[in-house]
Design a protein around this ligand. Structure first.
Ligand code: 4NP
Length: 150
């Protein structure tokens, strides 16, 4: 079983979107027993909150179930609980390394690292553009699934 933790600043826009998109791809591939996906925040800003309405809307528009996830902050014990800890941008990755006090097992990556064009996923909290975020998240999750199954 590969355990994946998707991480962003607030855990209400990008990382829950990545969690539910990845779960959807995993379900479609029949790999629910092989790959598990959760999400968490680097900050405490939105702890306890549901996914942002924009994330809920864009997932619904693409026929992807959105659960009643509540935002939580990453904790040091997550380092042993997960095999891959995936930030949505470089700042998330730097914050993860700080909060987890390093990455001796090289578990921390950025979601678009496995694509042909590694880059940050723009935060729709600031841009309001959840559709572009969805396209980036889908590209990253597809590339990650290819990486895990090849
Ligand atoms: P996310 O977006 O990191 O993609 O969940 C944000 C959500 C909330 C805040 C910032 C970014 N905030 O400042 O509260």
């Amino acid at each position: 079983m590969v355990r994946i933790l998707m991480v962003c600043l607030g855990n209400i826009c990008r990382s829950p979107m990545a969690e539910y998109v990845m779960r959807h791809l995993v379900r479609q591939a029949g790999l629910e027993r092989e790959i598990a996906v959760d999400s968490a925040a680097t900050s405490r800003y939105q702890i306890g909150d549901l996914p942002h309405r924009g994330t809920q809307r864009v997932l619904a528009e693409h026929g992807i179930p959105c659960g009643r996830h509540r935002a939580r902050q990453i904790v040091p014990s997550d380092y042993q609980r997960y095999d891959l800890i995936i930030g949505m941008d470089d700042e998330n990755c730097e914050d993860i390394l700080y909060l987890l006090r390093g990455d001796p097992q090289h578990k921390v990556r950025s979601l678009l690292d496995w694509t042909d064009h590694p880059r940050d996923i723009a935060d729709p909290w600031y841009t309001g553009d959840f559709e572009t975020t969805y396209a980036d998240v889908l590209e990253g999750c597809k590339a990650l699934l290819m990486h895990l199954t090849r």
